[in-house]
Design a protein around this ligand. Structure first.
Ligand code: ADP
Ligand code: MG
Length: 648
């Protein structure tokens, strides 16, 4: 087989990009492999071509819908039978995809990682034949990466459960430790890991020390030089995206904000306008850019510090894909470091929250533990992401084991009446179907299924009921919908010591926290570096540059890159504790713990705050510029004074 010929035949490209051939050969030889190439280097081709040559379907897991959209458009344009399953599809579309997959009519099926928790999907997956599992943004599997996603940790388990013989990992950002970690989890040998291409000779890496107050003017002047050049300005906070975009717009720059707080329709619209060139400049939080494949982005300007070196590398990597000179400029000072760090502190749960979670497990009757994530998150006051992480930690500790996710609310619309459906069956089946419908309640359009009611009166099980509903759905007799995911875990032991486990789990979070803080400092050092920035950046991802100086970074141009603290903060000791905390303490009562007070003042949202409507309190986030540990210390010290002292 000559893969070049195949490449030409299926995709119209005459040559491979750096690293592609190597990875593709490993896959076609029957191995699992990893491709670590920077953004835009062509990682997707590493599965797209094999997908055409492997006997069965390729299943691609991505963290984001937008990532899949572009890839799917590309595949469809090349007449490759591919589909994407997502929650925006209606019943017919979803069923059609399941049918095609089962009938081996699809070469590529793309899903989000959450899809695996969907019982309906898992039910259908058992009947699909899959040759290759592709994990896009695979660094998400590693806690030592910059974007750990707890759901990703379960992928090795699914790969085994569904007997998928080969795995391919794709990522643009894996340090050596992350590579070892993810390859270990998916049994990939080191020799099947291909790392290439981090150095970009057409990117000018510029670090501009700037006082906070001057940044907008510097930014405007820079954009005014060539106002039509496609530009992405990255900021940390949503409100900064709004204010900076408004400022540019007032100054006649064709700019718009983009962030996760906006409606997805609007976001999509802005993205499309940017892609087609009718919008020149996007001011975005990191929500923007994953999977963007626009060749002529001329400028990436970091208005705030990026979250990490990995983020920086990905974000600048979106520019100059056409090979033309592009500017990557960062307007930097030390002022924003506290805000960045506070994001990390906000993810460390209170010990008392961990304790409450353990209590739930210990007091659970029986060995199956079921809960809804949002309810649990609100009840024990741990944000969703750290809560998922905690559940993974407890699984690794052998206390619980993830079993499945199901939807406790099944609801449907009738297309033909229940009698017509019951008529289709005979004998025991008829009785069963009648039992199901006799425990359904119709309100206006939707009929809800009372699972408990059925189970209490008819000798059957959940799986049979779901299978039946699926069948009616496939037949077009009903339109089935699932709502409210319920997580199901097996409890492996209740004989653990509450204090010991609480302490241990808390320690894990504290380690994670200090690791995160360390990474921020490492990044600041990186921008202030005393050597070539391009060389350092490539080195971070394990690539060695031959030349000592790239000649196209601030260091090589002898520019000054010392970062300063430019904002002057009033010392905490001059603040009035009562003024700042009085309202919150009154409203929060027993929840006004030291940790919650600190989060409140630093503007870090935590689930319990929704009850107190803190976002409407003007004091919320009053100290967001201050370091979290200092605020906490100040609270501790202030509470020792004879003042109305809250519980906890
Ligand atoms: P990554 O996932 O590494 O960021 P993509 O897979 O999105 O990059 O590919 C970037 C671009 O390169 C896409 O437009 C893709 O079509 C193109 N591309 C991929 N392989 C080749 C090739 N062999 N020749 C030319 N263009 C290619
Ligand atoms: Mg990609």
């Amino acid at each position: 087989m000559i893969p070049e010929k195949e490449l030409q035949k299926h995709f119209g490209f005459s040559t491979f990009k750096n690293g592609q051939k190597d990875v593709i050969s490993k896959i076609l030889d029957g191995n699992s492999a990893a491709a670590i190439f920077p953004t835009g280097a062509g990682k997707s081709m590493c599965y797209q071509l094999p997908a055409m040559l492997l006997p069965e379907m390729t299943l691609v897991v991505s963290p984001l819908l937008s990532l899949m959209k572009d890839q799917l458009d590309f595949l469809t344009a090349h007449h490759i039978p591919a589909a994407r399953l997502d929650s925006t599809l209606d019943r017919d579309e979803t069923n059609k995809i399941f049918e095609q997959a089962k009938n081996r009519e699809l070469k590529i099926l793309m899903i989000s990682v959450e899809r695996f928790k969907n019982e309906r999907f898992r039910y259908h997956l058992q009947n699909m034949r899959i040759s290759l599992l592709v994990i896009d943004e695979a660094h998400c599997i590693s806690e030592w990466g910059h974007n750990f996603r707890p759901e990703y940790l379960k992928l090795p388990h699914y790969q085994k459960e569904f007997n998928i013989p080969q795995t391919l990992l794709l990522t643009a950002t894996a340090t050596a430790a992350v590579i070892d970690d993810m390859c270990g989890k998916l049994d990939i040998c080191r020799e099947n890991v291909v790392v290439t291409g981090f150095y970009r000779k057409n990117l000018f890496l510029k670090v501009t020390p700037a006082a906070e107050a001057d940044k907008k003017t510097i930014l405007l002047k820079r954009i005014q030089r060539t106002p039509a050049a496609p530009t992405i300005v990255y900021v940390t906070l949503q409100k900064t995206a709004e204010t900076v975009a408004a400022f540019l717009y007032e100054n006649n720059i064709n700019a718009h904000a983009y962030h996760a707080g906006m409606q997805s329709r609007e976001r999509e619209n802005i993205q499309n306008r940017f892609m087609e060139g009718s919008l020149a400049c996007i001011v975005a939080t990191i929500a923007f850019g994953m999977g963007i494949d626009k060749k002529d982005i001329r400028r990436i300007i970091h208005f705030d510090l990026p979250k990490s070196i990995e983020n920086y590398s990905q974000e600048i990597g979106r520019s100059g894909r056409d090979g033309e000179l592009s500017l990557c400029q960062i307007l930097a000072n030390r002022d924003g470091i506290n805000v960045l760090e506070n994001f990390i502190y906000g993810d460390t749960p209170d010990k008392r929250s961990i304790y409450r979670l353990l209590q739930e497990i210990k007091n659970n009757n029986g060995f199956t533990w079921e809960f809804k994530l949002t309810r649990l998150s609100n009840e024990i006051n741990i944000r969703a992401l750290p809560l998922k992480t905690l559940l993974v930690y407890l699984s690794m500790e052998g206390i619980i084991r993830p079993k499945t996710t199901y939807f406790d609310e099944y609801a449907f619309k009738f297309f033909s009446g229940p009698e017509k459906i019951i008529e289709q069956f005979a004998e025991e089946r008829k009785q069963f179907v009648s039992a199901v419908f006799s425990h359904c309640q119709t309100k206006k359009i939707w009929t809800s299924v009372d699972m408990e009611g059925i189970l209490n009166t008819y000798a059957t099980n959940r799986q049979r009921i779901i299978t039946a509903l699926e069948y009616f759905n496939e037949k077009g007799w009903i339109e089935l919908q699932t709502r409210q995911a319920v997580e199901v875990y097996d409890i492996m032991t209740q004989a653990f010591d509450m204090d010991t486990v609480t302490e241990k789990m808390h320690t894990l979070f504290v380690q994670k926290e200090s690791h995160g803080i360390e990474r921020i400092h490492q990044m600041v050092d990186f921008f202030e570096s005393r050597s070539c920035i391009s060389r350092q950046l490539a080195g971070y991802f394990g690539e060695t540059l031959e030349k000592e100086h790239c000649g196209h970074c601030s260091f090589c141009k002898n520019e000054s890159i010392e970062l300063k603290t430019t904002a002057r903060l009033k010392p905490l000791s001059n603040m009035d504790f009562n003024d700042l905390t009085g309202e919150f303490i009154t409203v929060a009562g027993e929840h006004a713990t030291e940790m919650n007070l600190t989060k409140f003042l630093c503007g870090i949202y935590t689930p319990v705050f929704s009850k107190f409507k803190v976002k409407a309190m003007p004091i919320f986030g009053a100290l967001e510029q201050y370091p979290f540990p200092e605020v906490k210390k100040w609270i501790q010290a202030s509470q020792k004074l004879p003042l109305p002292n809250p519980a906890g």
